[in-house]
Write a protein that binds this ligand. Structure first.
Ligand code: GLN
Length: 194
């Protein structure tokens, strides 16, 4: 089983090492060929506009969208969630446009208003430590989207079949339960497609 981490900008190294800690040998993804043998992909946090520009520049946007449409599990965190979303509030543009949610960027304030919170994550974890940095908020979900966690009614983790999205940075703590959940999603998808 091979899981890639989109390695253009942002918290790439942290995702690679937390995946290693749960027994995966992760692959940094920098060019379209890197996608060939992947069973799953993590899109890290960082700056969504920058990552999007780089995805276009390196010819990764369309191939990743196609793999996502074909059922490859994708886990988008923070900026990665913004990249996955079908709709971004205040603009008619989206990036990958795969996950049926509307997202509000920087909904929790600026960099210095970064904070940590403990989340209940349905079916995944109790008391999960989450680090929010200029985080987006999920303001609308489509009918097939499951809300896995909300913070005072603000939706922060969702799953739609093979697509998982978190508004925060799950790679910045030692808590690997969300990554383990994603690895299970990848295993399941791989066994269905085998
Ligand atoms: N605010 C950033 C954006 O819009 C995302 C923040 C993050 O990934 N930490 O891209």
């Amino acid at each position: 089983m091979k899981i890639g981490v989109l390695a253009l900008q942002g918290a790439v190294r942290e995702h690679l090492s937390i995946l290693e800690s749960v027994g995966v040998d992760p692959v940094p993804v920098k060019q379209p060929q890197d996608l060939d043998c992947l069973d799953g992909l993590v899109i890290p946090g960082g700056e969504s506009t920058t990552i999007s520009k780089l995805m276009h520049r390196y010819g990764l946007m369309e191939p990743i969208r196609q793999r996502g449409l074909a059922g490859m599990p994708i886990f988008g965190t923070c900026a990665g969630l913004i990249l996955l979303a079908k709709e971004l509030e205040g603009t008619d543009q989206s990036h990958l446009g795969l996950l049926d949610i509307t997202v509000r960027r920087n909904a929790f304030g600026r960099q210095r208003e970064s904070f940590e919170a403990h989340l209940q994550v349905k079916g995944v974890a109790d008391n999960y430590e989450a680090v929010f940095i200029r985080a987006p908020l999920i303001i609308k979900t489509g009918p097939a989207v499951k809300v896995l966690s909300a913070l005072d009614e603000r939706i922060v983790i969702v799953q739609e079949g093979h697509l998982l999205g978190a508004a925060f940075h799950p790679e910045l703590t030692e808590d690997s339960r969300l990554h383990r959940h994603f690895v299970e999603m990848v295993k399941q998808a791989a066994s269905v497609n085998a």
